[in-house]
Design a protein around this ligand. Structure first.
Ligand code: MG
Length: 401
């Protein structure tokens, strides 16, 4: 049995304010301040875009912010073109509602752009609590003791905190009820209401508190913005990727093998189009794996005569360049050489140094290991030498807020 959505629900996001209490540390209107590469307003919009109960989003912007809005707000199928607000929050809201009247909306949420942490649960709870002539007002019980003070900071009284709630947004209404209430306030030249529940209350509607989490903070001051930034960072997922690589080349006539950049005297040689350095080939593939960019064969086809006898550090350096161009920081490279002979131990440190230098990373971030194949199979019969490699690369964080 599927879920049947019977109502068309919309949101007005009021983003026309000037943020007088932000202080000097935040330049420009706070709703366009970037938190983790997205504007505060865009973070709000995304919360409603991703809620399946919402069909339309109407943003109300300040007349000076058309360019800021266009620059920082990507289009979305639910997002209508912004409308310009008025002198007060209440007038801006009325203009937003009026712009939505063509869309056959049943339930409407009205949200402040200064609350980017609104949760899907709060949106659902408010939508469910809307009834005819009844406003659903999300809020949380106040835990601090509240003092009323005079203009010079002298405490006049302690306000009993029993039954005191801090109002949040989005506040929810039947669309026609709240539009009529706003139109009535406008026609009576009343423009002092600071939230829509107050307009509803004035118009004689019932206002019901919907108890929700206090996580849905309002960004009012520069300090609030610092808290918001820390919250965004806490929600950030590290983008650490590992790639793996494997290579094998056959042994044939020759007097040396090239392994991890070093020529080591031997009674056989590795056969291949390039210098057949299995260690560097496996590392090259491991690095390419972190960016999903093919393999060594797709970048350096064995059919291309250009790479005949080529020194393989060039392949590795090319992969390093591609990883860095994709924003990656190489934090670890680990290669295991698998052969019966020659002995790798005496050359291990020189190999680490060669790889570190080639990739321009610290020596401690490179590991070279070796094992025999216990005389089993092709490698055990000294028909070839194989290598396994892992690369760990860290990319810029993904924000999951
Ligand atoms: Mg190879």
């Amino acid at each position: 049995m599927g879920i049947c959505i019977l109502t068309i629900n919309g949101v007005v996001i009021v983003a026309a304010g000037r943020g007088q209490r932000m202080g000097a540390s935040i330049a420009g209107p706070k709703q366009y301040y970037q938190l983790a590469a997205k504007s505060v307003l865009q973070l709000c919009i995304e919360k409603f875009c991703s809620h399946e109960g919402i069909s339309w989003i109407q943003v109300v912007i300040h007349q000076d912010d058309a360019e800021l809005y266009a620059q920082s707000t990507p289009p979305h199928e639910k997002l209508l073109p912004p409308v310009t607000g008025g002198e007060t929050r209440q007038i801006s809201c009325q203009l937003g509602l009026a712009a939505l009247s063509e869309h056959g909306i049943d339930k409407i949420l009205i949200h402040d752009a200064a609350r980017p942490f609104v949760s899907q649960a709060t949106i659902s709870k408010v939508l469910e609590s809307i009834a005819p002539r009844q406003c659903a007002l999300p809020g949380h019980a106040i835990s601090e003791t509240i003092k009323r003070v005079d203009g010079s900071g002298h405490v006049l009284e302690t306000v009993p905190r029993d039954n005191l709630f801090a109002a949040q947004t989005p506040q929810g209404f039947i669309f026609t009820d709240i539009l009529a209430a706003h139109n009535k306030a406008k026609s009576e030249n009343l423009d002092h209401f600071t939230d829509d529940a107050a307009v509803a209350e004035w118009a004689g509607m019932q206002v019901e508190i919907v108890e929700v989490s206090s996580d849905n903070m309002k960004i009012t001051t520069g300090h609030d913005m610092e808290i918001a930034e820390r919250r965004m960072q806490a929600n950030t997922l590290p983008d650490v990727r590992t790639g793996s690589g494997y290579d094998i080349h056959t042994l044939g006539p020759g007097s040396f093998v090239t392994l991890c950049g070093l020529e080591i005297n031997h009674d056989m040689g590795l056969q291949g189009h390039s210098d057949a350095d299995v260690g560097l080939h496996a590392l090259t593939d491991a690095l390419l794996g972190t960016i999903g960019d093919g393999d060594i064969g797709s970048h350096f086809p064995p059919s291309d005569p250009k790479w005949k006898g080529a020194a393989s550090f060039q392949f590795l350096q090319h992969a390093v360049k591609l990883v860095r161009a994709a924003g990656g920081t190489i934090t670890h490279l680990d290669v295991t050489l698998i052969c019966e002979t020659p002995k790798i131990g005496p050359h291990r440190e020189a190999m680490r140094e060669f790889v570190a230098k080639t990739c321009d990373i610290e020596l401690k971030r490179v590991s070279v290991k070796a094992t025999t194949n216990e005389k089993i199979g092709a490698v055990g019969r000294q028909e070839g030498i194989a290598a396994l490699a892992n690369a760990t690369v860290v990319f810029p964080s993904i924000n999951g807020a």
